[in-house]
Design a protein around this ligand. Sequence first.
Ligand SMILES: [Zn+2]
Length: 461
Amino acid sequence: MDIIEIIKQYAQRYSQLFPREHFYTAIGLAVALVVLLLIPDNDKGAAVPNQSIAIPVELSSATEEEATTAFNLSDFVVEEEEPVTEFVDEIVWQNIKVQSGDSISTIFQKVGLSDQDMFQLLNSSDEAKILDRIYPGYQLDFKIPEQGELEQLRILKSPLEGILFTRGDNGYQAEAILKEAQLRQSFKVGTIADSLFMAGQQEQIPAVHIMEMANIFGGVIDFILDPRQGDQFSILYEEKYLDGEFIGTGEILATQYVNQGTTYTAVRYIDEEGEVGYYSPEGESMRKAFLRNPLDVFRISSNFNPRRRHPILNTIRAHKGTDYAAPTGTPVRATSDGRVTWAARNGSFGNLIVLKHSGGFETKYAHLSRYAVKKGERVRQGQVIGYVGATGGATGPHLHYEFLMGGTHQNPRTIHDKLPKAKSIDSAEMDSFRSRTAGLLEQFSNLNNSLYLTINQPSAD
Ligand SMILES: [Zn+2]
């Protein structure tokens, strides 16, 4: 599970619990808390940056377990403090949701078990070592038919995954619990009045899906400069349920964005090599050689002021670059795979990063407050390479972005039409692509059509 997935799931969970203004702060705080709780002492100083905006990036070494923790930490808001006791067939189960600050020893005490009981279980198998790695959000269900006698312990890392320990003649036997979520589809539409994120919020589309949609179309739409009032978008996505209960969001199956009259449609497809991607209905990959903009749109929105029309002011000046006004500390992304050829101060550019890409392309990122990469490093598209600042000749915090082809400056806003065609589905695979996406695309098209019919229907009076 990668960091984006963590943030996504986390953001999604939080978006249901908090008003927007609180929710980004809460993400930052909670992730920082997880970092504090889990990292070894010698890393503490390094892993807690000054600005919450940068925290998710610093977490790139997070493990799957930490991910689970981050995912579940939000639960503390709604959980009761005392263990909930259920009676099932006259057998007492005690269900405990691990809280921040709990230790396995205190939890055992709570349910009336001793340290000896704990060690007996802990030493019974390798699987039982999970007791040493209990994180907030884990669910622990104790079956104790007679006081002080643990018969079963069920540890759930998530609603879908865990381990069941059952007492036998020789200690405890461990059994993996793996459940499969039921998937349901959800279709949402939005119209841009203020910003993409406001539109998403208005339609109660999970922030995670808005962000994901912006990523999917990141090679064809600059979500900072391109959106216009009246743009429409739609998303068909999956939701995960377990025993009828919503447990999380799933994948986007298809999405459409109508930008200034131009319709972009993307459908999810797993190719013959097992790679997941999004493609136009004609089989052209949505992943392009370059991203349309170098800023993380999602992070920018965290500083979005709803009283202001647009989070980002921009001017395309005669000085051979695009300026993106953004708060200091906003992550800056490499727009394409490449190598860092410069990461140092450079006159009026201030702190400057230059990337060299294949095909004779170069990109420059100026006025940074700090760097996330070093000279000589290889970077991947979308990777955070630095943070917005106001160093050098900048009058205020912004990113100055340049795009060069064969050493000549290009307008980053128009160069994309001249770039090599994106990779498409291999002709040998087109039949398979068509047959496997046809049903989904038809369904998506019908949903979109019904939407437009509704919207464009002449009113009765
Ligand atoms: Zn500039």
